[in-house]
Design a protein around this ligand. Structure first.
Ligand SMILES: CC(C)(COP(=O)(O)OP(=O)(O)OC[C@H]1O[C@@H](n2cnc3c(N)ncnc32)[C@H](O)[C@@H]1OP(=O)(O)O)[C@@H](O)C(=O)NCCC(=O)NCCS
Length: 178
């Protein structure tokens, strides 16, 4: 799903973000925290037809995958800190669009997660503000993401932060494979 260019950046900056929250870029030494937060996110969606199908060895796979992502020049993960605790995460990837369409590159946002005790305090808003700055610094002007259908928090947050629904992802099991 995507948004009208500039909508998220203006919406993310007009409202106050959590005042005690600092946002910083995740480093390779943060791998353990990144794995923990991103698995917590997946475990909030155990009933989902895609995200609920977590592999038994997901933790080991996550360490390898996220470790490589932390070293990539094409992406960034932001962490939100409150006191000594890391309370939220957001990942941004510079992604390639269709060669037939503008823009050729855009920011793809994923892995947005705020720990339950810290929600509704502007933590996602603070993370998105850094994501906007990262995208602008790379010369990008559009942000897209997928969100879980039917999640009040996800739909409410992305809508409030300026993201319009422009596409829907559908999934179907092939007949005879249940
Ligand atoms: C979605 C999520 C990341 C939001 O994080 P957050 O830090 O609580 O969001 P913010 O406090 O920055 O909220 C910004 C705005 O979004 C809207 N919003 C946030 N949570 C909402 C909710 N549960 N219901 C309706 N609107 C909501 C509000 O307008 C809010 O501004 P306000 O509090 O001033 O009214 C968090 O609820 C979460 O981690 N949920 C579980 C994982 C998830 O669904 N991730 C998204 C995957 S696509």
């Amino acid at each position: 799903m995507g948004l009208a260019p500039h909508a998220a950046s203006s919406s993310a900056s007009q409202h106050p973000a959590a005042p005690d929250v600092r946002v910083r870029r995740a480093m390779p030494r943060d791998l353990g925290t990144v794995v923990k937060l991103r698995l917590e996110l997946l475990r909030e969606h155990t009933e989902h037809p895609i995200y609920g199908r977590l592999r038994a060895d997901a933790r080991e796979r996550a360490a390898e995958l996220f470790g490589a992502q932390l070293l990539s020049d094409a992406e960034v993960m932001f962490l939100a800190e409150s006191g000594e605790e890391i309370v939220g995460i957001l990942r941004c990837v510079e992604s390639i669009g269709s060669p037939l369409l503008e823009p050729s590159r855009y920011v793809y946002v994923s892995s947005a997660y705020v720990r339950p005790a810290h929600r509704r305090r502007g933590v996602l808003r603070a993370l998105l503000r850094e994501a906007d700055a990262w995208g602008r610094a790379r010369g990008l002007d559009e942000m897209r993401l997928h969100n879980v259908a039917g999640s009040g928090a996800a739909e409410g947050a992305w809508g409030a932060l300026g993201f319009d629904v422009v596409e829907q992802v559908r999934s179907r099991r092939l007949p005879g494979t249940d």
